[in-house]
Design a protein around this ligand. Structure first.
Ligand code: ATP
Length: 438
């Protein structure tokens, strides 16, 4: 993990938040490559969950909601974690993170150091308008899901969609976690990719199973190795009170999961939320938010299947899975669709004008083709340029050499095999495009 964190900083993927001021715990900033990488992850999620389907639509709700939303959803009363404090040094911990507790007891060489367990609400409070009083208090959303539930009627009334259907949203969530750590794994501000899929009660088990497989396949299709990922059905005592069943996608992290039981831990949650949320909102506003099913000529409150994952946690899993240390190089074998830079174009020598001109011509064509995700580099020797591209996960490098000026062909180097192929310039675009989509 330290090596990965160092690579991310060194190459401009991820910087510690507010580093200039000594840092702000639980925040990270995405650098030039990080933002491109995160955008690719979000694009692939949106494609698979919204664009490739006919039964899911998108939404982008406000981050701030009316404060009653959070009362109705149960977050004010119970979006809490169990908190305990060390009586010796006043450090605070999550009571259910046994690993951290044991480690802390070791530093004091004493077990009897803890206060009673208290409930700590994880929502960040804020005020709407210029008066800081209870009446104007609301919260930064800890999940994007409620923005979807409060727009359920709006979406139904403005689209031609029928149950079963889903509403998907990507956006920031904020949780004042008691402790943060393991890089992007547990932070206080993060983007979430959430789908609320509304179904007829009774069909919920079938749809839950469907989304479990669908989500697992998504990770596999983007290169996560089979042995590093699995679905785990949570036991009743570990699931939220409203959930009718929760399955998690677990990834094999290179650190112990918070319970300390194993290195496999939550990457994504896939919950069957039943009719809890819509029923709660209907109760609070005193209006019906049920669905009229024309086919069955019946009215019901739909059940909801919710796959939910943090963009940062997904990024971390993709990075860990792609990180390889080989004899002469460190390489990120990212899936080409996720790689922040698809192709790098080099003139063999940086001081030969005719090579630079040719390389720039190819660079411009590829940049257009790959939506900007192409680099031009003429600094240092070619070996160093390859190593740099390997470290940032660029799948292909194209080199213009003196032969090019005679045969109009370039060398295309593959990141994973380091094999080089000679390709005629007029065929480079289609060659790379084919590889990207294979
Ligand atoms: P935990 O029990 O570990 O605190 P949770 O069960 O409350 O997590 P969910 O509410 O299911 O988490 O959140 C959905 C997803 O959002 C998680 O699977 C994870 O990918 C992401 N996530 C949740 N909390 C964080 C966090 N603090 N930092 C980064 N990602 C998070």
């Amino acid at each position: 993990m330290e090596k990965l964190v160092a690579l991310c900083k060194r190459r401009g993927f991820i910087f510690p938040g507010s580093e200039l001021y000594g840092g702000l715990n639980g925040t990270w900033d995405l650098g030039p490559l990080g933002v491109a990488f995160a955008n690719n992850v979000k694009k692939e999620w949106w494609k698979s969950v919204v664009q490739d389907r006919e039964d899911v639509v998108g939404l982008d709700s406000a981050i701030l909601h009316h404060p009653q939303v959070w009362e109705a959803s149960g977050h004010v009363a119970s979006f809490t974690d169990p908190l305990i404090e060390c009586k010796v040094c006043h450090a605070r911990f999550r009571a259910d993170h046994k690993n951290n507790i044991t480690l802390h007891e070791k530093t004091h060489q004493e077990k009897n150091i803890w206060t009673e367990v208290k409930s700590f609400n994880l929502m960040f409070k804020t005020f709407v308008g210029p008066i800081d009083d209870e009446k104007n208090k609301t919260y930064l959303r800890p999940e994007t899901a409620q923005g979807i539930f409060i727009n359920f009627k709006n979406v139904l009334e403005t689209t031609r969609i029928k149950i079963p259907f889903g509403i998907a949203q990507i956006g920031k969530g904020f949780r004042n976690e008691i402790t943060t750590g393991n890089f992007l794994f547990r932070v206080r501000e993060f983007e979430m990719m959430e789908l609320e899929f509304f179904v007829k009660p009774g069909t919920d088990k079938k749809w839950h199973d469907f989304w479990k497989q669908e989500r697992l396949q998504w990770y596999l299709s983007l290169g996560i190795k089979k042995e590093n990922i699995k679905l785990v059905d949570l036991p009743k005592e570990d699931i939220a009170h409203y959930s009718k069943g929760t399955t998690e996608v677990w990834y094999k992290w290179p650190f112990s999961s918070s319970s300390g039981k194993s290195d496999f831990g939550e990457l994504e949650g896939i919950a069957n939320r039943g009719d809890y949320d819509l029923t709660q909102h209907a109760k609070y506003i005193g209006k019906d938010i049920s669905y009229f099913d024309q086919e069955g000529n019946e009215r019901y409150v739909p059940y909801v299947i919710e796959p939910s994952v943090g963009v940062g946690r997904a990024i971390l899993a993709f990075l860990i899975d792609a990180y390889y240390e080989e004899e002469k190089r460190v390489v990120l074998k990212l899936h080409p669709k996720l790689a922040p830079c698809k192709v790098a174009v080099f003139p063999l020598l940086g001081n030969k004008e005719e090579l630079i001109v040719k390389a720039k011509e190819i660079y411009k064509i590829l940049k257009e083709l790959f939506g900007g995700a192409v680099m031009f580099d003429d600094r240092g020797n070619i070996g160093k340029r390859y190593l740099y591209q390997d470290e940032i996960g660029t799948p292909w490098c194209v080199t213009v050499d003196f032969e090019t000026l005679k045969d109009n062909a370039v060398t295309v180097r593959d990141r994973d095999t380091t094999k080089q192929e000679r390709i005629v310039i007029s065929k480079v675009s289609s060659f790379l495009e084919k590889k990207l989509n294979s």
